[in-house]
Design a protein around this ligand. Sequence first.
Ligand SMILES: Cc1ncc(COP(=O)(O)O)c(C=O)c1O
Length: 418
Amino acid sequence: MTSHPRPLPDLSKRDWSSLRDDFPILNQQVKGHPLVYLDSGASAQRPSHVIEAISRYYEHDHANVHRGTHALSERSTAAFEAARDRAAAFFNAKRREEIVFTRGATEGFNLLARAWGDAHIHEGDTILLTEMEHHSNLVPWQMLAERKKARLAFIPVTGLDGALDADALDRLLTPEVKVFSFTHVSNVFGCVNPVADLCRRARAKGIVTIVDAAQSAGHLPVDVQELGCDFLVCSGHKMLGPTGSGVLYGRYEMLEATPPFHGGGEMIEIVHFDRSIYRLPPGRFEAGTPSIAEAIGLHVAMDYLDAVGRERIHKHDAELVALARRGLGELPKVTLLGPAQGGTGLVTFVIDGVPPYDLSTFLDGRGIAIRGGHHCTMPLHKKLGLNASARASFHLYNTHAEVECFLEAVEDAIRFFG
Ligand SMILES: Cc1ncc(COP(=O)(O)O)c(C=O)c1O
């Protein structure tokens, strides 16, 4: 028995409602209605293939990795390292050593701000972000800026459509800027930022680039060589994988120039009582027992995404977004956020007179799960003059019929709160 994932059949010809059957959690009633899960932007669901791979691993192969000299440890290590190979292929990294397993995007950013940032950011330096960043790509940099007496600068968002002020970028890429960290797909606007262009312009000035792929990695092709970034982070649970899994990609030279984050077992080559010699990347960044089952589950999730086809998922997401935007746009009192065209994965909106929390509670009564709140972007909401907004977010298992059902329920809510 081995926890190497079983090869998946080609899923690229199966229709969306049949793919939906691969997700057992979706087959349930909530408050007397069939569940309509429109909160994948917060956390996606997983196909039975992922769940079974995790069970299989715990039933047959679990032991600690890298340290045993017995059969189970060898199997467990082989499966864990196979997940690293899979992630390297998934993101088109040049080398498997460029893949560091983390517990998610938040840990990826904290690792970068603490380990890379403490070594490379100095007093007077500038850390460049955008105004649309998730708190996980903001707060760790605020903490670094405080430690180092560095400053933060932000590329402005020009309005509710989420466009970045491209002119400001040239002005903001000053010699003081040492790092530029920004999102690929916004978790509020659903816009796809021009990552390759932004990285190219930053790199031309010697600025290190970090891409937040939390909202993109599970939805569209993400090729780190094409994007030209130095680092990239993502969360496995938004990619149909387990919670507690994630990937930090770093160009090997960048990882080599980054000191460790956590200290402990596994990340060392030699330990003396008074000092230690650390391992080369990626081992240096994986202190202690890693999330083994989670990495194996993520391996299968990446297989699943590719078996369906990431281009195809991207197209499907965009269709659902277009349908939702068209329907919401026809309703009274609704203001849409995000680009009129080209948005992906989610639609965010506000309704005059209907607080987002009340809307999500109303929809929950119909079995429809959406998110009401600030979506971990408080400063952005403040800038837009909003306390909160409502967000419906999609994945490959959502159907046109579910979007229609959501639109009907929103229309009823407007009437109800009237
Ligand atoms: C754009 C973006 N970045 C980062 C994160 C943080 O991800 P996690 O909570 O999985 O660490 C999220 C989560 O919603 C996100 O949407």
